[in-house]
Design a protein around this ligand. Structure first.
Ligand code: PMV
Length: 330
């Protein structure tokens, strides 16, 4: 083993304001529509990869525990792609840790596959441009393609069958607009249905899936305009619309998919009530019960207090615009 086969990377989760929900190709993880997100500092995944000729299989540790083969399969497939491109046969030792709950709708797959893409390619001796790295990360998880970049990010759906044009792009830097994201943790434990399976089920059985996909380009354009003008009210309206339309398409599947708990709905009402009272805040929700509340920096404490005041909210995590995936020196 040489240091040339070792690398460590950090990546942050990102939260989509214009949601990704549906694939045009399942095996290549090609999105059915574009999306728009903010990469978040404050939460992070750290992943260390060592390719080692003495290993007989990949060893993957997540948050201090060795992953059983079934759970490791998605990561082993990802490592296989990297090995194939680098013409490398060695197995890898991967140590990865999140400082936030894994697989509970807090976008751990996004930061996880972004950090893994950067650490594994570097450890394998490959040098990828950010857009190429974004394509690779997408193969692990659609939203991971966005976490390669910092700040405000547009994920292109692309048109090519091989997916080489389905990558993310930074459209505004980290310091463009100091919004804060507060996560109201609304339940414990992993989500009931993973996003890949849920997206497929929505596409296969929901009468609202096609209209949902058809609507995304316009909401994305509206969100880009709001972002450029730093127009909070316009961004609030379009982000809540995208979130509710995504969840509506899933709820209309057969049987319907419902990620929300009662407390999720309570927090939605609290946020809308506070906004009517003049507090600048809006919500978005991913494939889980938690609420992500966005607000300008100066409203952060008031929004934290609002979220904590709702009975049943277990915790409130704070995040701000963050940088893209990067290597760390040890
Ligand atoms: O990247 P995936 O396959 O875990 O899908 C993410 C889907 C949502 O978080 C619900 C929406 C999004 O755009 O991040």
């Amino acid at each position: 083993m040489t240091t040339a086969h070792h690398a460590t990377a950090i990546a942050h989760p990102n939260i989509a304001l214009i949601k990704y929900w549906g694939k045009r190709d399942v095996s290549l993880n090609l999105p059915g529509a574009p999306s728009l997100s903010l990469t978040l500092d404050g939460l992070h995944t750290r992943t260390e990869v060592t390719f080692d000729e003495t290993l007989h299989e990949d060893r993957i540790e997540l948050d201090g525990a060795l992953l059983p083969a079934k759970k490791a399969a998605r990561l082993v497939t990802f490592l296989d792609r990297v090995r194939q491109r680098a013409d490398l046969e060695w197995h890898a030792h991967v140590i990865t840790a999140n400082d936030f709950p894994t697989s509970a709708g807090l976008a751990s797959s996004a930061s996880g596959f972004a950090a893994l893409a950067l650490a594994a390619t570097t450890a394998a001796g490959l040098t990828y441009a950010p857009a190429e790295l974004s394509v690779l990360a997408r193969l692990g998880s659609g939203s991971a393609a966005r976490s390669i970049f910092g700040g405000w990010v547009h994920m292109h759906a692309g048109a090519r069958e091989d997916g080489t044009d389905a990558h993310a792009e930074q459209i505004a830097p980290v310091d463009h607009w100091d919004l804060r994201c507060l996560v109201a943790v609304c339940a414990q434990g992993p989500k009931e249905i993973g996003s890949t399976e849920a997206m497929q089920h929505t596409a296969d059985t929901s009468p609202y899936y096609e209209p949902w996909i058809a609507d995304v380009p316009q909401t994305l354009k509206d969100a880009r305009d709001a972002l450029k003008a730093r127009n909070f009210t316009q961004l609030a309206n379009v982000a809540e619309a995208s979130c509710l339309r995504m969840h509506a398409s899933a709820m209309a599947a057969d049987p319907g998919i419902l990620y929300w708990k009662g407390i999720t709905v309570e927090v939605i009402h609290a946020i809308r009530h506070a906004r009517r009272g003049g507090l600048p805040v809006f919500f978005t929700i991913d494939a889980g019960p938690h609420i992500k509340a966005f607000c300008p920096a100066e409203a952060e404490e008031d929004v934290a207090q609002l979220l904590r005041s709702v009975d049943g909210v277990l915790d409130v995590l704070h995040a701000r615009p963050g940088r893209g995936a990067r290597l760390v020196e040890e």
